[in-house]
Ligand binder design. Structure first.
Ligand code: NAD
Length: 356
């Protein structure tokens, strides 16, 4: 991989990648900064037991690029960055987070971190002891806490926009919806869907999470291996990426895909086109899951207002409808349409910033 990192950075147009290592705290982290035209790169830190360092590098590069587009399309003045920590999440410690916090601090605000998969507001609290460049810290410390409720609300709102497009009504009552992954975001999403009167199916690989969700809400559990045989209205991927791929698309029986996971399409162009050919509406991941970023961006701005954040998250509805219109007009996939709008804002602002 070492001779390929620059090739990949060139291909995906990254500015900087930082490798952080501290054997004493068992820290192996990669901070990827994609584009800082709009502002400092903000993106969460994911902890995952990657099968290889190469896999971690590719994940950090893809996720950070997605953050640039997410911020740009959401009208935020932030760049795109993301960090991954290679290791078993059950072994995380105060020393690991504080050492990592020092690495974040060494970037002097060019990268601002937050929660992601397997990291929590209390982990951010440790990072905050070493750097102020961290968001999503607990409310009792003046932060906005876990961003997941806002991510889930944005997905819910975006799903309604998809329903409006597909069926002419955004009423989700009676719709059969599968939520894959009932973690931080998935559980809040299930709450909104149940409240809206949907028939909710859940799947997960974590027995504790399945039990928690089933105790809280009237849901039906489906084994992960059986989920593709379900006849449903909406599939909401809320676990990990690349679940929409050449194996799953032929089997999917749903007119809408709308969920929180990042990088849902294994191959953006190929699989985006296959979904159109199959008549499946796809809500671009980095647009529909931007609620959490909108929330932490407000926290980072220093003037946090929950009501204003909620209103800003609701703008996802119209943004999704705009993307569907552009996709149809230009005969491009919804992912390409969203990337085009995001890239245009980055280019426009680069031009504005280069002038007196
Ligand atoms: P999480 O770790 O809390 O939850 C993920 C859940 O998916 C877990 O319960 C896990 O057991 C389950 N899972 C993993 N592999 C699975 C599989 N193969 N089949 C079924 N379930 C599986 O993470 P989260 O914070 O809820 O985030 C979920 C997704 O949304 C991630 O892709 C994340 O990057 C994305 N996302 C999260 C936020 C946020 O605010 N937390 C914001 C934007 C995007």
């Amino acid at each position: 991989m070492s001779n390929k990192v620059f090739e990949l950075m060139k291909e995906m147009e990254h500015e900087q990648v930082v490798f952080c290592h501290d054997p004493k705290s068992n820290l192996k982290a990669i901070i990827a900064i994609h584009n800082t035209t709009l502002g400092p790169a903000l993106g969460g830190t994911r902890m995952w037991n990657y099968a290889s360092d190469d896999e971690a590098v590719v994940d950090a590069l893809r996720l950070s690029r997605g953050m640039s587009y997410k911020a740009a399309i959401s009208g935020l003045n932030l760049g795109g960055g993301k960090a991954v920590i290679i290791g078993d999440p059950s072994l995380k410690s105060e020393a690991l987070w504080r050492r990592y916090g020092k690495f974040v601090n060494s970037l002097n605000g060019k990268y601002i971190t937050a929660e992601d998969v397997n990291t929590s507001a209390s982990d951010m609290e440790y990072i905050h002891l070493e750097t102020k460049h961290v968001t999503g810290i607990p409310e009792y410390m003046g932060g906005s806490g876990d961003p997941s409720p806002f991510t889930a609300y944005g997905v819910f709102v975006g799903m309604k926009a998809c329903a409006h497009k597909q069926w002419g009504s955004d009423n989700l009552s009676g719709k059969k919806i599968l939520v894959q992954g009932v973690g931080h975001v998935g559980q809040y999403l299930v709450g909104h869907l149940v409240e809206a009167g949907a028939k909710v199916y859940i799947t997960d690989i974590n027995a504790e999470r399945i039990k928690e969700t089933s105790n809280k809400f009237p849901v039906e559990f489906v084994e992960p291996a059986d989920m593709l045989s379900l006849d449903i209205d909406i599939y909401a991927p809320c676990a990990l990426g690349a679940t929409v791929n050449s194996e799953t698309i032929p089997l999917l029986k749903c007119p809408i895909i709308a969920g929180a996971a990042n990088n849902q399409l294994a191959e953006e162009k190929i699989h985006g086109r296959q979904l159109i050919d199959k008549g499946i509406i796809y809500a671009p991941d980095f647009l529909i899951n931007a609620g959490g970023l909108i929330n932490v961006a407000a926290e980072a701005s220093g003037s946090y207002n929950r009501e204003k954040v909620t209103k800003d998250v609701e703008k996802i509805y119209n943004r999704i409808l705009d993307i569907f219109s552009l996709s149809e007009k230009e005969n491009i996939t919804t992912q390409e349409a969203a990337m085009r709008i995001a890239q245009k804002r980055i280019d426009d602002m680069a031009n504005v910033k280069s002038r007196l």
